[in-house]
Design a protein around this ligand. Sequence first.
Ligand SMILES: Nc1ncnc2c1ncn2[C@@H]1O[C@H](COP(=O)(O)OP(=O)(O)OP(=O)(O)O)[C@@H](O)[C@H]1O
Ligand SMILES: [Mg+2]
Length: 252
Amino acid sequence: MDGLDVESICKSFRTSHGTLPVIDRISFSQSQGEVVCIVGASGSGKTTLLRILAGLEKPDSGSLRLAGHPVEGPGPERAMIFQQFGLMPWLTVLENVLFGLAPGGLSEEEKLARARDAIERVHLGGFENYHPKALSGGMQQRVGIARALAVRPRLLLCDEPFAAVDAITRQLMQTDLLNIVTQQKSTVLLVTHDIEEALFLGDRVLVFSSRPARLLRDVKVDIPKPRSHEVRVTPEFQAMRGMVWDILQANQ
Ligand SMILES: Nc1ncnc2c1ncn2[C@@H]1O[C@H](COP(=O)(O)OP(=O)(O)OP(=O)(O)O)[C@@H](O)[C@H]1O
Ligand SMILES: [Mg+2]
């Protein structure tokens, strides 16, 4: 199998108040090039799951495979766009994007070409030498996206990638991300609070319960791609939105 296989992942955190179960036997598979979105309540364990897939956190039990290989620790075939940007304030835009490429075996010219290409793709051409503090929140988020895209990962993990931007920019960036990942044939796992965003971007939507996260429903989104934002007002789209909303409400 070329894609991602997540099998019965469990995770608890030990805190000063006792053990906090966060992820409860989550299993799903994802084929290569498929976009899967996760929706769930705040604090349910979504970021934790992405961190486990990125190799930044270890599960207590269960197994993870990407293209048939077990996931153990971080690796260049996976990249993550963080909820809190994760930029280094002392580096410029270009240096931040190049930083994501540091461990790879690429030549300096290739790294630079990839970084510049990714910066262009997120419409930040001309801002290469700016520092993050001189950019708006949405622009900083786009640097985070460029850094992940430059890696050209097999698996792109996105944690609320558009949380910091206004509604209009958000729609533009959703379309851009969809186009870019379609071109790169990346497998994408994207976490969002926004049900419409999940349905607009996803081939499937995984609905998680509140903590500890369990997989409540795996919804197939049967809307042909490329999608335009007009699909959001169709009865089919609104019906799916209502269904996901009802599942979330019933499991608060
Ligand atoms: N390193 C940690 N140590 C202890 N508890 C943690 C740790 N990381 C996360 N948690 C707890 O795990 C739970 C899930 O956190 P997580 O960040 O995965 O939620 P989330 O679903 O991403 O929420 P949000 O939608 O608000 O981003 C929270 O209750 C949080 O307090
Ligand atoms: Mg989170």
